[in-house]
Design a protein around this ligand. Structure first.
Ligand code: HEC
Length: 366
C-alpha cells in the first residue's frame, strides 16, 4: 500500500540525463577574449568551425561568428535546386539582429523573450557534454561518429539540447577529438559564465597602418588606367588572405571594396543583389552591367559609337528596363538594336549578360 502511494506522488521520470552544467571555476578573473579565449577557439575549434562548410554554419574564427550563432541549413547542399540566400560573415549582415532575421539562433547565453531565466547556451552545454562523456582513452572511436562531408547534422537550438544530449551523448565538442584540457575548459567556462564579454581588437602596430595606407592610396588612384588595374587586382585577390612579408608575422588582410573612403570605417560593397531577380534588382543589375561595359570600352580605347552589335542573354523580361538603362546609355549604338537570346548566361547565379561587338562583315553560315 505504501509503495502505491509513493508511486502516485512521484515526479514523472525526467527524460534523458540531467542537463549537464558547465561550472564556473572560482577564483579566476574574467578571461579576455583576445588574449585568453580566441587562442583556444583557434587551436581547438576553428579547424572545423572556420569557413562556409562549418557545421551548423557556426563560424568560431571571429567573435562576430560566435555572436551570430548557428543555422540549421547548410551552405553546401548538393541537392538544392534553387539559389540560397548567402550568409557570408561580415558581408550579408552586420548586426546580430539581422542574422536572427536570417534564421541564425544563439549559441551563447542570451536573455529570453519570455522573461524566463536564460540557459547556459548551446556552446557551454556542448563543452559540458564532452566533459560528461569523454572519448574512450585507448580504444578506437565508437562507430556513432560520422566524419563524412555530407553527414546529417542535428544543430540543436538550446530548447532541443536535452533531446540531443540524450540521443548523442558522445557528441560534445570538440567533435570526435579529445576534450579540452582542464585549463582551456576553465577559461572558457569562466568567460561564458561571465556573459562572454568582448572588447574591440587592440590597435594594429603603426608599421601596419603605414603599409595599409600606402596600398589603399595605390589602389584608389583615379586615372582610368589605375582604376582598371585595381579592378583586375581585386578580381584576382578577393579570395586570398594577404600579409606583409617585411613585417613580423601578424594579422592577415583581405582586399575588400568599400563604399567609404580610405581611413573611414569600412562599409563593404557586396555583389549586386545576388539571387534577387525582382524587377528592381534586374534594373540595378542591368545598370551595373552597362556601366561596366562602358568602362571596359574606355579601357580598350573604344567608344559606344563604334559598337555595331549588342547581344543580351537572359531568361528574364527586361523590356521595361531596356530603353532607360541600355539604349539610352548606348547612344548611337542603339540604332542597331539589341538581339535578345532567351537563355541563361553561362555563369552560375548570373541573371543578365550583355556583349558588344564592332563588326564590319557579319557572315552567317547555316
Ligand atoms: C572535428 C570537427 C569539429 C571540431 C574540432 C569542433 N566541432 Fe563543433 N561541431 C562539429 C559538428 C560535426 C557539429 C554538428 C553536430 C550536429 O549537430 O550534428 C558541431 C556543432 C557544434 C555546435 C552546435 C551548434 C548548434 O547548432 O547546435 C557548437 C556550439 C559547437 N560545435 C562548438 C564547438 C566548439 C566550442 C569547439 C571547440 C572547442 C568545436 N565545436 C570543435 C564539428 C566540430
Amino acid at each position: 500500500m505504501a509503495l502505491l502511494v509513493l508511486a502516485a506522488c512521484a515526479e514523472p521520470p525526467a527524460k534523458g540525463p540531467a542537463p549537464p552544467a558547465l561550472v564556473r571555476p572560482p577564483g579566476i578573473a574574467t578571461p579576455d577574449y583576445w588574449r585568453d579565449v580566441k587562442p583556444i577557439l583557434d587551436r581547438r575549434c576553428v579547424v572545423c568551425h572556420g569557413c562556409y562548410d562549418a557545421p551548423c554554419q557556426l563560424n568560431l574564427s571571429a567573435y562576430e561568428g560566435l555572436a551570430r550563432g548557428a543555422h540549421k541549413k547548410r551552405v553546401y547542399d548538393t541537392t538544392r535546386l534553387r539559389l540560397a540566400e548567402p550568409t557570408r560573415l561580415f558581408e550579408d549582415a552586420t548586426t546580430v539582429a539581422q542574422w536572427r532575421g536570417k534564421g541564425f539562433y544563439p549559441v551563447l547565453s542570451e536573455p529570453t523573450t519570455s522573461g524566463a531565466p536564460p540557459g547556459p547556451g548551446v556552446l557551454a552545454r556542448m563543452l559540458a557534454l564532452k566533459r560528461q562523456h569523454p572519448l574512450p582513452a585507448t580504444s578506437p572511436l565508437p562507430d556513432s561518429f560520422d566524419f563524412a562531408l555530407d553527414r546529417k547534422q542535428q544543430c540543436p537550438a538550446e530548447s532541443e539540447f536535452d533531446d540531443f544530449a540524450a540521443r548523442f551523448p558522445l557528441w560534445g565538442m570538440p567533435y570526435g577529438l579529445p576534450g579540452l584540457s582542464d585549463d582551456e575548459q576553465a577559461t572558457l567556462a569562466a568567460w561564458l559564465a561571465d556573459g562572454a564579454p568582448y572588447r574591440e581588437p587592440p590597435p594594429r602596430a603603426p608599421a601596419y597602418e603605414a603599409q595599409v595606407r600606402e596600398w589603399e592610396r595605390f589602389l584608389n588612384e583615379g586615372s582610368p588606367k589605375h582604376r582598371l588595374m585595381s579592378r583586375y587586382l581585386y578580381e584576382h585577390l578577393y579570395l586570398a588572405d594577404l600579409y606583409f612579408d617585411d613585417l613580423p608575422a601578424g594579422p592577415w588582410f583581405r582586399l575588400v571594396r568599400s563604399r567609404t573612403a580610405p581611413g573611414e570605417p569600412i562599409a563593404e560593397a557586396t555583389s549586386v543583389r545576388p539571387g534577387d531577380n525582382s524587377p528592381g534588382a534586374l534594373r540595378e543589375k542591368t545598370r551595373d552591367v552597362v556601366a561596366t561595359l562602358g568602362q571596359r570600352l574606355g579601357g580598350l580605347g573604344a567608344a559606344w559609337e563604334q559598337v555595331t552589335a549588342m547581344g543580351l542573354y537572359t531568361v528574364h523580361d527586361l523590356f521595361p528596363v531596356l530603353r532607360d538603362e541600355v539604349l539610352a546609355q548606348a547612344g548611337p549604338a542603339a540604332l542597331n538594336g539589341i538581339t535578345w537570346y532567351c537563355g541563361q548566361p553561362p555563369v552560375q547565379g548570373g541573371a543578365i549578360e550583355i556583349d558588344l561587338r564592332a563588326i564590319r562583315h557579319d557572315v552567317h553560315l547555316g
